[in-house]
Write a protein that binds this ligand. Structure first.
Ligand SMILES: *Cc1c(COP(=O)(O)O)cnc(C)c1O
Length: 230
C-alpha cells in the first residue's frame, strides 16, 4: 500500500480521535489507536509503523504468528482480538502482549498455564457479548464477576478491562446507548477489580460514539488500511 495514502488516512483518523476526545467529558486524553492489521501484509504493517503506529491487532492466528516473526526487528506491541478456540491458546500465550477476547474460564486458565515465564503477564480484556447476539462470542454481563474473579487469581494474566463488538448499526444514538452500557458495566466491575483501566471499544464506523462513552482503545482497520478484500 502507498505510503502517502496511509499517511493521509492516519492523519485523518487521528483528527477524528482528537475531536471526539475534546468533546468527551471522561477525560481519556490518551486513547490508544490499535491498528487492526488482519488480512494485511507484513510490508503494510511496516509502512504503518513508519507512519508512527506501534500497536497492532490480529484476529487470525496462523497469519498473525507468521507476521509477528517476520517483523521481529521492529518494537511492536501485538494484540489478539479474534475468537479463541481452546486448542489454540498456546500461540496466543506465546506470541502476543495482549488478548482482548477472553470469554470463558477454560481459555483464561489455559492462557495462564501456557504463558512463558520469561515474558511479562499477558494483558487481558474480557470480551462481552453486549448486544446479546447468539452468533457472537463474548461473556454475558451476568457471567462477568465470576470470570473476572478467576482471572484476578491467575498470576500469569493481568486483567485490564473489557472489550465489545456491538451489533453493527449506523444509528449514532443506538451506538452510544450500547457503549454507555459497556461503560456502566465496566464501572460496576471495577468495584471487584479496581486496577482495570481499559475499555476496548469502537472501530472505523463508530469510534466517535465509543470515545464519547469512555473508550480507551479503539480498534481500527478500514479507516487506516482501506477496505479489506476478504
Ligand atoms: C476487524 C476488526 C476490527 C476493525 O474493524 P474496522 O471496521 O475495519 O475498523 C476491530 N475489532 C475487531 C475485533 C475486528 O475483528
Amino acid at each position: 500500500m502507498d505510503k502517502q495514502l496511509l499517511t493521509d488516512n492516519i492523519t485523518k483518523l487521528l483528527q477524528r480521535v482528537r475531536r471526539s476526545v475534546e468533546k468527551c467529558h471522561f477525560g481519556n486524553s490518551d486513547i490508544l489507536v490499535l491498528a487492526v492489521s488482519k488480512n494485511r501484509s507484513a510490508q503494510e504493517i511496516r509502512v504503518a509503523h513508519n507512519c508512527g503506529l506501534n500497536e497492532f491487532g490480529e484476529s487470525y492466528l496462523q497469519e498473525a504468528v507468521q507476521k509477528i516473526s517476520e517483523l521481529q526487528d521492529l518494537d511492536l506491541v501485538w494484540h489478539f482480538i479474534g475468537p479463541i478456540q481452546s486448542n489454540k491458546t498456546r500461540p496466543v500465550a506465546e506470541h502476543f502482549d495482549w488478548v482482548h477476547s477472553v470469554d470463558r474460564e477454560k481459555i483464561a486458565r489455559r492462557l495462564n498455564e501456557q504463558r512463558p515465564t520469561h515474558l511479562p503477564p499477558l494483558q487481558v480484556c474480557i470480551q462481552v457479548n453486549i448486544s446479546g447476539e447468539d452468533s457472537k462470542s463474548g461473556a454475558s454481563i451476568e457471567e462477568l464477576p465470576q470470570l473476572a474473579g478467576t482471572i484476578l487469581d491467575l498470576p500469569r494474566l493481568c486483567l485490564r478491562g473489557l472489550m465489545a463488538i456491538p451489533a453493527a448499526t449506523q444509528d449514532a444514538a443506538q451506538q452510544r446507548a450500547t457503549f454507555r452500557q459497556m461503560r456502566e458495566t465496566f464501572q460496576q466491575l471495577q468495584s471487584l477489580a479496581p486496577a482495570m483501566d481499559t475499555l476496548s471499544m469502537g472501530m472505523s464506523g463508530d469510534l466517535e460514539a465509543a470515545i464519547s462513552e469512555g473508550s480507551t482503545i479503539v480498534r481500527v482497520g478500514t479507516a487506516i488500511f482501506g477496505p479489506r478484500n476478504r
